[in-house]
Design a protein around this ligand. Structure first.
Ligand SMILES: *[C@@H]1O[C@H](CO)[C@@H](O)[C@H](O)[C@H]1NC(C)=O
Length: 156
């Protein structure tokens, strides 16, 4: 079925909004929360799968990191924002998302989550803070991601 004309207008309008508000909405550029800080854990990249994320489906964020110190355990605090509005927060055991203890060198954190019900298409950002067992902040990163609308066109 070909989408109706008003629907096409709606789609191009949303694309325009995304492009104007956040030019990098589709890229997975990671930045540190505090660009001047020297974090114990450095992050070299994030892979998002699927990209864009499908609404209501499991999304996986694979974070490539390097630590200068062995990590026996800790936690991850995830905060999700939509157009800059904080919409979701959750805390996970670090050892459930990577294998502990983490030895000195490179390691991978794989975080999977289904985004909460209120997930309109558009630009989201995720902030991830990693703490060790004594609540010392090891790193804090932020990156943007996008939730697709194509998969849900049939429901409109
Ligand atoms: C957390 O990091 C701090 C600073 O590096 C260290 O003193 C502390 O022993 C670490 N805690 C654990 C449980 O590894």
């Amino acid at each position: 079925m070909a989408p109706s004309k008003p629907l096409l207008h709606l789609l191009s309008a949303s694309l325009l909004v995304v492009a104007v508000v956040l030019p990098s909405a589709f890229a997975t550029d990671v930045s540190y929360c505090d660009k001047k800080a020297t974090y114990d854990v450095s992050v070299s990249g994030v892979e998002i799968s699927p990209n864009p994320i499908a609404r209501g489906k499991d999304a996986t964020f694979s974070i490539s990191a390097t630590t200068g110190e062995e990590i026996s355990g800790g936690k991850l605090v995830i905060d999700v924002s939509y157009f800059g509005w904080h919409i979701h927060s959750e805390t996970h055991d670090l050892c459930s998302e990577t294998s502990c203890p983490v030895s000195v060198g490179d390691f991978l954190v794989a975080h999977s989550q289904v985004l909460p019900g209120f997930t309109p298409p558009g630009p989201y950002s995720l902030q991830m803070r990693m703490y060790n067992g004594s609540n010392k902040e090891l790193t804090c990163i932020a990156f943007g991601f996008d939730i697709g609308f194509i998969t849900d066109v049939a429901d409109m």
